[in-house]
Ligand binder design. Structure first.
Ligand code: ZN
Length: 302
C-alpha cells in the first residue's frame, strides 16, 4: 500500500489523540520518529509523522520489489494468494452472488485476483502510479482508481455502493484514518461489509518484543488495538460485527527475506538463509503475525 503524495506537509497531531482526545505520551522512537501512546485508549502514533518526501522514498517501486527479493515472484504470489483466499472465505458467505468488492491499497492486485477467481467483481484503489497501472492492465481501467480513497470515483460502481470493502494493512499507513473510514462508509452499500486488517498492539508479540516489534516502521503512522479501532469505527458510522486474530501463510524464506531489511535481525536472517536446506526454507505454514481483523457494517446514520 502507499500513501502521502497529495499531502504537502506532515501534520503534527499536536496534543490530542484523534480517537479519544487524550494526550499521547512519548514511549520510544521508530527510526528518527517519536512514538507516542495515548493513556486513554492506548492508540500509538508517530508524531510528527514522516514528511511526504520521506514516505515517497519508502513507497517507490522498490517497496513492492521487496516482496520478491531473493525468491521468485511466483513463490511470493502463492503465499499472498493463500493468505488472501483465507481472508476472503472468512466473509464470502455473507456476501451476495457476484459481489462488487473494493480493495483499498490494492498494490499489484493479488486480492483483486482472489475476488475474480471467486466470481466477484473486483475494484481497487491504489496511490502508487506504478502499481495502479499494473492493476489496470489486469482488471481494466474502469476498475482501478489511482489516488486516495476519499477522492475515488468509479463509473462502474453499483448505484447503491460496494458489497464489501477490504483494507488489508492499510489503515495504519494513512495520515487521517477517520477520513479514510468515512470515505469507505460513503462507498459501501447499506448491508455491505468493511474488512480491516492491521497490526494489533494487543498482540502477544507486541508485549514480548516491545520496541523490537516488527510492525514498527516509519510508514506505519498509527498502531491500533481491537478496542480503539472499534471505537474509531463507531465514530465513523460503523458497527463491529466480528473481530479475530489474523493468520498469514508464510515460509521461512519469506520471513528471512523480510528480516534482512531490518538492522537488528539482518545478521541472524542472513545466517539462517545460508545454512537451512531449501525444503525447510520453502515449506509453507500459517501463523499469527501480530495483526487483527475487524469486520464491520454500516451502523447508525451519521
Ligand atoms: Zn486516545
Amino acid at each position: 500500500m502507499s500513501n502521502g503524495s497529495s499531502v504537502t506537509s506532515a501534520p503534527p497531531l499536536g496534543a490530542r489523540c484523534p480517537i479519544c482526545a487524550g494526550t499521547p505520551r512519548p514511549i520510544g522512537m521508530v527510526g528518527p520518529h517519536p512514538l507516542l501512546r495515548c493513556p486513554g485508549c492506548r492508540l500509538e502514533v508517530l508524531d510528527p509523522q514522516p514528511t511526504d518526501a520521506a514516505l515517497a522514498t519508502i513507497y517507490g517501486k522498490a517497496y513492492y520489489d521487496a516482496w520478491e527479493t531473493g525468491t521468485t515472484a511466483a513463490a511470493v504470489r502463492a503465499l499472498k494468494m493463500e493468505t488472501f483466499r483465507h481472508r476472503w472465505r472468512a466473509v464470502a458467505g455473507r456476501l451476495p452472488p457476484a459481489p462488487a468488492v473494493l480493495d483499498v491499497g490494492c498494490a499489484t492486485g493479488y486480492f483483486m485476483e482472489v475476488v475474480r477467481e471467486a466470481g466477484g467483481r473486483p475494484f481497487g484503489v491504489e496511490l502508487s502510479a506504478w502499481a495502479a497501472e499494473r492493476c489496470r492492465a489486469a482488471f481494466g481501467r474502469e476498475a482501478v482508481f489511482r489516488g486516495e480513497l476519499d477522492e475515488a470515483t468509479f463509473d462502474a460502481m453499483p448505484p447503491d455502493g460496494f458489497d464489501a470493502i477490504f483494507m488489508s494493512d492499510l489503515v495504519e499507513h494513512v495520515r487521517r484514518p477517520a477520513r479514510t473510514l468515512l470515505a469507505a462508509r460513503r462507498l459501501l452499500r447499506r448491508s455491505g461489509l468493511l474488512v480491516i486488517t492491521t497490526p494489533d498492539t494487543g498482540a502477544f508479540s507486541h508485549r514480548v518484543l516491545l520496541q523490537r516489534w516488527p510492525h514498527y516502521k516509519p510508514e506505519h503512522l498509527y498502531y491500533f488495538n481491537a478496542q480503539n479501532l472499534s471505537v474509531l469505527l463507531e465514530q465513523t458510522g460503523f458497527a463491529v460485527v466480528r473481530r479475530e486474530v489474523v493468520q498469514k501463510t508464510l515460509s521461512l524464506r519469506y520471513v528471512i527475506n523480510h528480516a534482512r531489511r531490518f538492522g537488528r535481525w539482518a545478521r541472524l536472517a542472513r545466517g539462517l538463509g545460508t545454512v537451512l536446506p531449501t525444503a525447510v526454507l520453502d515449506r509453507r505454514f500459517r501463523t499469527r503475525t501480530g495483526e487483527l481483523m475487524v469486520v464491520a457494517r454500516p451502523g447508525l446514520e451519521l
